[in-house]
Design a protein around this ligand. Structure first.
Ligand code: BGC
Length: 717
């Protein structure tokens, strides 16, 4: 039974300002309970307790959706917590709903009220039922959480003496936008201990946890009332070894804790941070830095992919990709977890979704976010650059909006479940029709401002936009999205002829208009999207460009996901490996050599001399360039999806080894079992080993053969 829609939104009678309200309700249970469930959500983020025990594991519930249209509520089984006399308490923080700078512009984007709505459904052993819903009998008061915001951290006063409870009032807000929990819950994961306590040249006391990550710090202290423990979080130390926070821009990432007397343990309630280091800004001398530990927090996605090879630096890169994913999969896919952004940039998600879907089971996570993408779509089909769209008036751009087609298609391919396509097909169609309606040329997208190959290294001085032709990129993505839409319609048993024809027209128009590919990104995209008129010439040109650039790439956000595939699918696997194994700037392993523990936003977020790319936009935890992970699974070890039997009902295995790695192996958990593929160079031959829960089409060099499920070894000689 669900009763939350019969409940009413309540709020404190007066405005507590920055202070998080605490709500309370007491009730008796005089009969034997068979089951008890709590349905609850808030305008902000909530933490609920029943008789002193925390209800559920969801951190920052109810998560982030387009609240006005889709506001998730959670249902918790609380049978085990019910006693004869009961007290439920709930604190509500601002979260993504209300608060300061989250929107870069407006305060309180969705509303200013810390509303709460809940229903407690009791079923007694005698078969009778009772429901308690939020109403004016629920009380509120100021809590010890004196301040909590997503970017800025938390102020918690454990010595605060709560005032009397006050009656609440109704908040007249609709309930028809309430929906049951759809995504994965966000919860606590592993704990990380300090690896070193450093005194910086400036004299700052800094704890290094050895890993850039997302979550918060917990500590114990035998405290004295009024003593303060204040610390700030950062990702990196600067060239001199001092604590560096400039790249956080306005995000304070600061915790201020005021002790009560006695032993106490604290961790934040309504915020999270992206960091590797904390600087102790204020603390009593008796504090023990060993009593600090990080609790890693992210969506509860299950690890499904593994990759390992003989090169430890590549393994570190792979580990950085996994961390980057966990750190940025906190209810929605975000660009970064630290600076005053942490937003659902559609382009970043689109670029990384394939890798992400092999690393972890992200089906539910994306199904939820894509529904938000669809409801944020404008009536003309335009897809915003971020979802949920709290900026509102950003220009629509190719490569970002295409998340509307690329993400659902990848989720369908990896997991083989059509539901995501059924959910998204209207949104996919609307996006393609949006592009179709733009500009003078029916089958191209030209003449509009685009973000293009964002952060491409061939960007003219002082800009973020690589020098690749934005008309070419936009038209290429138009082709890609249309092709995906046609395939999706087919999968759903709908007529796809119109979009198949449209795709053909786009390819022709593209080839008439874009005859020459001047950058690595232009070549890579034209090859992988099957647009290049002369594939072998284009591939040779791309390989030349890379080689003559010292085996280094110049690609940005839109070219990087395709450059490896463009090379290895067209006869230049060796050049792709040269890019993977390149250690000088710019390259993936450059960041590894510079000590990266996550994937950076820029190829040179940290330069060889220890200086920073810039203070304005420099994240050390951006997953976009982690998109190379897909190439490790699909090409190094050759585990590929068969589009005709998606979800790995059948697998294509086409490993492409290179002697610069002595061995490599990867595995992907699928709903049919774990697929494993690996190879080793031994005594002048390559030994391939496969473990297949499903039949496979194997391609090794120019040999093709079919294998049944089972374990197989194949020798190149
Ligand atoms: C974000 C990016 C995003 C870009 C596009 C940045 O500020 O961090 O990852 O895609 O803006 O404008």
């Amino acid at each position: 039974m669900s009763n939350i829609k019969n409940a009413k939104w309540i709020k404190p009678k007066r405005d507590y300002g920055d202070i998080c309200p605490e709500y309370r309700y007491r009730f008796e249970c005089n009969k034997q309970i068979k089951s008890a469930a709590l349905e609850i959500t808030a305008m902000g983020v909530y933490e609920a307790h029943m008789n002193g025990s925390r209800i559920g594991d969801f951190i920052l519930a109810p998560g982030w959706t387009v609240y006005h249209k889709r506001h998730q509520y959670q249902t918790y089984d609380i049978t085990h917590l019910i006693q004869a006399s009961n007290e439920i308490t709930v604190t509500v923080g601002k979260g993504w709903y209300r608060g300061g700078f989250l929107t870069w512009r407006d305060k309180n984007f969705w509303g200013a009220v810390p509303g709460l709505i809940a229903a407690i459904n009791l079923i007694y052993a005698d078969g009778t039922e009772e429901t308690i819903t939020t109403d004016r009998q629920w009380l509120s008061r100021e809590s010890s959480i004196r301040f909590a915001e997503i970017y800025d951290g938390e102020i918690y006063d454990a010595s605060f003496q709560s005032e009397e409870w006050e009656h609440t009032s109704y908040h007249f807000s609709p309930v028809d936008n309430l929906i049951p929990q759809e995504g994965e819950i966000v919860c606590e994961h592993e704990q990380i201990k300090p690896v070193e306590v450093i005194t910086t040249p400036k004299g700052e006391r800094v704890i290094d946890f050895g890993q850039n990550m997302t979550g918060y710090v917990e500590f114990d202290i035998e405290g004295k009332s009024g003593d303060r423990v204040v610390y700030t979080h950062a990702e990196i130390l600067d060239a001199e070894g001092n604590f560096y926070t400039e790249n956080l821009r306005s995000a304070k990432q600061r915790i201020e804790y005021i002790c009560r007397d006695g032993f106490q343990t604290y961790k934040p309630h309504h915020t999270f941070m992206g960091f590797r280091y904390i600087r102790i800004d204020e603390a009593p001398d008796y504090i023990d830095t060993d009593a600090f530990r990080v609790i890693v927090v992210h969506s509860d996605i299950r690890r499904t992919g593994h990759f390992e090879c003989s090169n430890e630096k590549v393994n570190k890169l792979y580990s950085n990709i996994l961390w980057g994913q966990r750190d940025n999969f906190l209810d929605i896919p975000t660009d970064c977890p630290q600076r005053d952004e942490r937003l659902g940039w559609t382009g970043d998600a689109q670029v990384f979704v394939k890798t992400a879907s092999y690393n972890y089971d992200i089906n539910r996570f994306f199904v939820k976010w894509l529904k938000d993408l669809a409801v944020e779509q404008r009536s003309n089909g335009a897809v915003p650059d971020i979802v949920p769209d709290i900026i509102q008036d950003m220009p629509v751009t190719s490569g970002w909006g295409d998340a509307a087609t690329i993400c659902p298609w990848q989720i369908y391919l990896t997991y083989g479940d059509k539901t995501v396509l059924e959910n998204q097909i209207d949104s996919m169609t609307a996006w393609v029709e949006y592009i179709h309606s733009r500009g003078e040329e029916e089958y191209l997208w030209v003449g509009e401002d685009q973000m293009g190959d964002w952060l491409g290294l061939d960007a003219p001085e002082g800009t973020y936009k690589g020098s690749s032709d934005t008309d070419l990129i936009a038209s290429a993505y138009f082709a890609r999205s249309t092709e995906i839409l046609a395939k999706a319609l087919k999968v759903l048993g709908k007529d796809s002829t119109y979009y198949e024809n449209m795709h053909r027209e786009i390819v022709c128009a593209f080839q008439r208009r874009f005859k020459e590919y001047k950058t690595q990104t232009e070549c890579a995209i034209s090859l992988v999207f099957n647009l290049a008129q002369n594939k072998s010439e284009t591939a040779a040109k791309l390989a030349d460009m890379v080689r003559s650039n010292g085996n280094k790439l110049t690609t940005g956000f839109l070219g990087t996901p395709y450059i490896m595939e463009a090379l290895s699918e067209n006869g230049y696997t060796d050049v792709a490996y040269s890019l993977l194994l390149q250690e000088e700037y710019p390259s993936w392993l450059f960041s590894v050599n510079m000590g990266a523990t996550t994937v950076w936003e820029h190829w040179d977020s940290l330069k060889a001399d220890g200086s920073m790319w810039s203070t304005r936009m420099n994240s050390f935890n951006h997953y976009a360039y982690g998109c190379v992970g897909a190439w490790m699974y699909e090409t190094v070890c050759g585990i590929r999806i068969d589009e005709d039997l998606p979800g790995f009902e059948r697998v294509i295995i086409c490993p492409k080894p290179d002697e610069r790695l002595r061995w490599a192996r990867a595995s992907v958990d699928t709903r049919f079992g774990t697929i494993k593929s690996g190879w080793t160079y031994t005594d002048g031959e390559i030994v391939y080993e496969f473990e297949l829960p499903v039949p496979a089409l194997v391609e090794i060099g120019d040999r093709q053969f079919e294998l049944n499920a089972g374990k197989h070894t194949y020798r190149s000689n």
